[in-house]
Design a protein around this ligand. Structure first.
Ligand code: ADP
Ligand code: MG
Length: 377
């Protein structure tokens, strides 16, 4: 993969694809600017080398030109962080001159998600060089992440470079034991990752609602727990080949409803009574997982251990997060909700690498080629 070392940017206009897909509240205020901050090293480096920047980014999933998906709040926040004026271009036909210009949401253009070569040409016409730093969008072949990379001298930015080398490093040459902690809502979201880790990891620790298709496949009662039907077949396969590597929870915390003020009940075991839902791993499970994490050489964590957004069901995720933060291992965390959990506990600076890409990090771990990365190779 080409990097900034391979590009001459002095005095040039550089089109930089960034991942500024940040969460906004109802008043369109940014609630978490981590993704904007993550792009700063690349943007600063390019500016220091005398480049003028044209930034391209998407926000949400607009259907055509929808004002509520405008990048204006992002441009304003970036200007504060960068300490420079950031001008938002109203359209591709009206891109003002300036040291730092930001294009409007690339998904306002119908050709963007179709990887339209004509749209890519219009992007390319705005710059001399192309840099992709949008790791979170690198698993999509879109006009601003893929097609345009073939039309200009192109390379990866520092964030994309670090994400790819860290995540590939986990698979290629991990410090052992390699421990994968996989949780979250659905097995089907993570099955590719589980299969990859069945090959490479020394231990796989399962948590979150994802454990219920496993338990159901084992013939246990899951009560009213979130239990994905389509997850049962993949779960069966993983159970069949997991052997000693695979660990499932041994106790749970249940609740009557998915709510913070619901009645709760610890379960010593993993059979969930009728009318109850398993909403967190129990303390014995969490302590056991923490011990494995403590002795790890490398930890990859994706997916919360429970409904951590609800205080009564956050303890399992917190215990695991603290173990990851305190571990001497190389620790890599991927996934939007896992990152949010770390931030909620104030531990987001205590891991080796917090990936900015959810889907992209999973696909890399699965061993898939990312179109946005391939285009720079
Ligand atoms: P990530 O974004 O880190 O990849 P996921 O999106 O896969 O994680 O899963 C996170 C979601 O899973 C959270 O919203 C959390 O509330 C939910 N979740 C985890 N465990 C449970 C559970 N036992 N019951 C219901 N929801 C759960
Ligand atoms: Mg998620």
């Amino acid at each position: 993969m080409r990097t900034l070392e391979d590009l001459d940017v002095e005095g040039k206009r550089v089109l930089v694809r960034v991942d500024f897909n940040v969460p906004l509240d109802e008043d369109r205020r940014i609630t978490d600017d981590a993704r904007i901050r993550a792009a700063l090293p690349t943007l600063r480096e390019l500016r220091e080398q005398g480049a003028r920047l044209v930034l391209a980014a998407h926000l949400g999933r607009p259907k055509g030109r929808e004002e509520k998906f405008s990048l204006q709040p992002v441009a304003d926040r970036l200007a504060e962080l960068l300490g420079e004026e950031v001008v938002l271009a109203p359209s591709l036909d009206d891109v003002p001159d300036g040291d730092v210009v930001m294009l409007e949401n690339v998904r306002f253009e119908p050709g963007e998600t179709k990887n339209d070569p004509e749209l890519a040409k219009r992007y390319a016409a705005l710059a001399d060089v192309y840099v992709n730093d949008a790791f979170g969008a690198a698993h999509r072949a879109h006009a601003s992440t893929e097609a345009v990379a073939h039309l200009l001298p192109s390379a990866a930015g520092r964030l994309l470079e670090r994400e790819v080398s860290t995540l590939k490093g986990i698979l290629a040459n991990p410090e052992r034991p390699l421990v994968a902690v996989v949780g979250g809502a659905k097995v089907t979201d993570k099955i590719g990752v589980l299969e990859a880790f069945l090959q490479t990891a020394d231990r796989i620790l399962i948590g979150g609602a994802m454990c219920f298709p496993f338990f159901k496949a084992q013939g246990r009662e899951v009560g009213a727990s979130l239990c994905e039907e389509e997850g049962m077949e993949p779960a069966r396969k993983v159970l069949a080949s997991g052997g000693e590597k695979l660990r499932l929870p041994v106790d749970l915390v249940a609740g009557k409803e998915f709510s913070a003020d619901t009645e709760t009940r610890p379960l010593d075991g993993v059979d969930v009574p009728e009318g109850w839902m398993g909403l967190d791993i129990g303390p014995r499970t969490a302590a056991g997982y923490a011990e494995v994490i403590r002795d790890a050489g490398t930890v990859f964590w994706n997916g919360p251990m429970g409904a951590f957004e609800l205080a009564p069901f956050a303890a399992g995720t917190r215990t695991v997060a603290e173990a990851v933060a305190e571990s001497d291992a190389v620790t890599v965390v991927g996934g939007g909700d896992s990152a949010a959990a770390l931030a909620q506990f104030g531990l987001d600076d205590d891991v080796t690498h917090l990936s900015t890409g959810g889907g992209a990090s999973l696909e890399l771990i699965e061993g898939k080629a990312l179109p946005g990365v391939e285009a720079l190779s």
